[in-house]
Design a protein around this ligand. Structure first.
Ligand code: COA
Ligand code: AMP
Length: 630
């Protein structure tokens, strides 16, 4: 079947399409009904089913006789470690961990925060929660104590599972002090913490609260898989919105199983037993869907890579891992390829490895610039597929479905909508625009299985953020267009979210931190174009009258403050002091105009600007840090 046939097949019978896809899942009670319309724009998939995610990701492969197949390959160039975990070993380890969690009182529906680096135990912790119906919430290791505290207060976990440390090149990130700091800051306190001690930094445990990962499993009864309702939350993953309060994206159990399993062949073109590698982090949605769940549900071998595209030890690391572990489909972020390309522009390191196993490469997380795609295609000699998705959707909205049909690649486009997504470009009034015209990208409701049904503890925010702008549609927050051939182009965010090195960050969240500095009267943060990371945050600070402070000192202080409050991942290194911020007459800061000035793209003087002269000062300030230089 062609892509068109598959897509039209879905469109003519959406529920039938997903009921067919559901047959690949091992149900305790198969769904009788695909979609439930709860009214008011809310929908659920396969709510009447009963199923267990861990059973589908682990046990069923063992029962089918594939227990000896490698489930997880851990490859850590940072610690010089390589290790393989078979499906049967994974089942035993996860059942034991799940049994220990249950013995300490974790039950179905209880939340468990996981704060771990890229080690197999992170996946085991996720699967152990799924095994007993607990709802995990993984927090990325590059976030600092304050961000962790915000998530603790929102998710109210019964337990936190953390590693003693993470490893960045040349630096040990001690997680335990961050964890202790976060629990101190948070109002909610977990009953207990499970600490996985790494030899690079063994942490001191707090008597009565902390237990040792291995020790607390001693003598416990391994847990069986507990079937849960199809609409039971599988996890909460916090993502940046327009404010410092992150949005808790919920994923329901059955929809995730059905949708992710479907994508593995249709989009990623792998069959059970093939090796699939997503070089991301478990703290992001790509890590949830494509390091942990999808490859395991589909019976693939997944790779947990603890390293960077460059410097661990060189720009050939990706090619070594692909070659050594026989990766068939590889998924990374464009920024990672830009980093490799910068170090090895001619791709000389590619030639050192036999990459005959590699059939296709996937890019997502940010806009894939045509230069990067062309470079990768030339050097690797395989299709390089851009695909577009969000934490909210959990899998791609638009892609080139290689396992169905490799469509012609159009540079700059993540190709076409996937079944489940009726993507439309709307003008401000919510009317569809003509092909080739820019507008807000919206998806007609209902969204497909595996996407967010709502936000954790924040249904009103779910509605106001996504459903209210365009009646009957999910607003993606991205702007773009669809061409005559139905290919999508993603141009920019319509909100204050920026994308730094494939990491989604909130400029509003950074502004909240800057505003907390005692000498800052007013501030703005914008995302400016960056050759390596796609975007970089830049802060503008107006100081309190009479502050009398050295500007350089204040800048250094706010840079430190963002690192302490949000974390190193914010990559906030640049700020300038200005007298005033450019605003409209109604007082709205003209961030878009500031971005255009910084990036030297065409811009028009906003008709509503209060005082155009301020833009000269902004230009001079940006020039002083290397931007706006035409
Ligand atoms: N734990 C602690 N700190 C972390 C971290 C983690 N898990 N991940 C990143 N950081 C830190 C980095 O060490 C860096 O700290 P520094 O300011 O002391 O140098 C800071 O956060 C910024 O990180 P990053 O923006 O990632 O920059 P980098 O210079 O370390 O690496 C790249 C640049 C391009 C190599 C890297 O960003 C990369 O591999 N990106 C791919 C991202 C990706 O896969 N995204 C997932 C979406 S698919
Ligand atoms: P995240 O939720 O971290 O996955 O970030 C989602 C956002 O990243 C999207 O809303 C887009 O703005 C951007 N994004 C992700 N993938 C792509 C892509 N292939 N092309 C352009 N932008 C992308």
């Amino acid at each position: 079947m062609s892509y068109q046939e598959v897509y039209q097949g879905w469109k003519s019978d959406p529920e039938g399409f997903w009921m067919d896809a559901a047959q690949a899942i091992s149900w305790d009670k198969a769904p009788q009904k695909a979609l439930s319309d709860l009214g008011d724009g809310l929908y659920e998939w396969f709510a009447d089913a009963r199923v267990n995610t861990c059973y589908n990701a682990v046990d069923r492969h063992v029962e089918a006789g594939r227990g000896e197949q490698t489930a997880i390959i851990y490859d850590s160039p940072i610690t010089h470690t390589k290790r393989e975990i078979s499906y049967v070993e994974l089942r035993n380890r996860v059942a034991s961990l799940a049994g220990a969690l249950r013995a300490k009182g974790v039950e179905k529906g209880d939340r468990v925060i996981i704060y771990m680096p890229m080690i197999p135990e992170a996946l085991e912790a996720m699967l152990a929660c799924a095994r007993i119906g607990a709802v995990h919430s993984v927090v990325f290791g590059g976030f600092a104590a304050h961000e962790l505290a915000v998530r603790i207060d929102d998710a109210k976990p019964k337990a936190i599972i953390a590693a003693s440390c993470g490893l960045e090149p040349g630096r040990i990130v001690k997680y335990k002090p961050l964890l202790d700091g976060a629990i101190d800051l948070a109002t909610h306190k977990p009953d207990f913490c499970v600490i996985f001690q790494r030899e690079q930094d063994v942490a001191e445990l707090i008597e009565g609260r902390d237990v040792n990962w291995h020790g607390f499993q001693y003598g416990v009864q391994p847990a069986d898989c507990l079937p849960v309702e199809g609409n039971h939350p599988s996890y909460i993953l916090y993502t940046s919105g327009t404010t410092g309060q992150p949005k808790g994206v919920i994923r329901h159990t059955a929809g995730q199983l059905v949708a992710l399993n479907w994508t593995m062949k249709a989009i990623y073109n792998v069959d059970p037993g093939d090796v699939f590698w997503a070089a991301s982090d478990v703290g992001w949605v790509v890590g949830h869907s494509y390091i942990c769940y999808a490859p395991l549900i589909h019976g693939n071998t997944t790779i947990v890579f603890e390293g960077k595209p460059v410097g661990t030890p060189d720009a050939g690391t990706f090619w070594r891992v692909i070659s050594e572990h026989k990766v068939k489909s590889f998924f990374t972020a464009p920024t990672a390829f830009r980093a490799v390309k910068r170090e090895d522009p001619k791709g000389e390191l590619v030639g050192k490895y036999d990459l005959s196993c590699l059939e296709q490469v996937y890019l997502a997380g940010e806009r894939a610039d045509p230069d990067t795609i062309t470079w990768a295609q030339e050097k690797l000699g395989v299709p390089v597929i851009d695909h577009w998705w969000q934490t909210e959707t959990g899998w791609s909205i638009a892609a080139n479905p290689v396992g169905i049909e490799l469509l012609p690649v159009k540079l700059g486009s993540p190709s076409v909508p996937m079944p489940g997504y009726d993507v439309q470009i709307l003008d401000e009034g919510g009317h569809p625009v003509a092909p080739g015209e820019l507008g807000a990208i919206a998806v007609k409701l209902p969204l497909p299985p595996g996407t967010l049904p709502t936000l954790w503890n924040a249904e009103d925010r779910f509605k106001s953020s996504y459903l209210q702008q365009f009646q009957g549609f999910y607003e993606t927050g991205d702007a773009g267009m669809i061409d005559e051939d139905g290919y999508l182009y993603i141009m920019a965010r319509t909100d204050d979210v920026i994308n730094v090195a494939g990491h989604r960050l909130s400029t509003g969240g950074m502004e909240e931190v800057l505003a907390g500095h005692p000498d800052v009267a007013e501030c703005a943060v914008i995302g400016v174009a960056d050759q390596l990371k796609g975007q970089m945050p830049v802060g503008f600070l107006c100081l309190n009258a009479g502050a009398g402070r050295d500007h350089g000192e204040v800048v250094a202080e706010v840079v430190k403050l963002v690192r302490e409050k949000i974390g190193p991942v914010a990559a906030f290194k640049l700020a300038v002091v200005v007298d005033r911020l450019p605003k409209t007459r109604s007082g709205k800061i003209l961030r878009g105009t500031m971005v255009s000035i910084a990036d030297c793209t065409d811009w028009k003087m906003p008709a509503t600007i209060d005082d155009p002269v301020i833009l000269d000062e902004i230009t001079t300030a940006l020039q002083s840090i290397g931007y706006a230089k035409g």
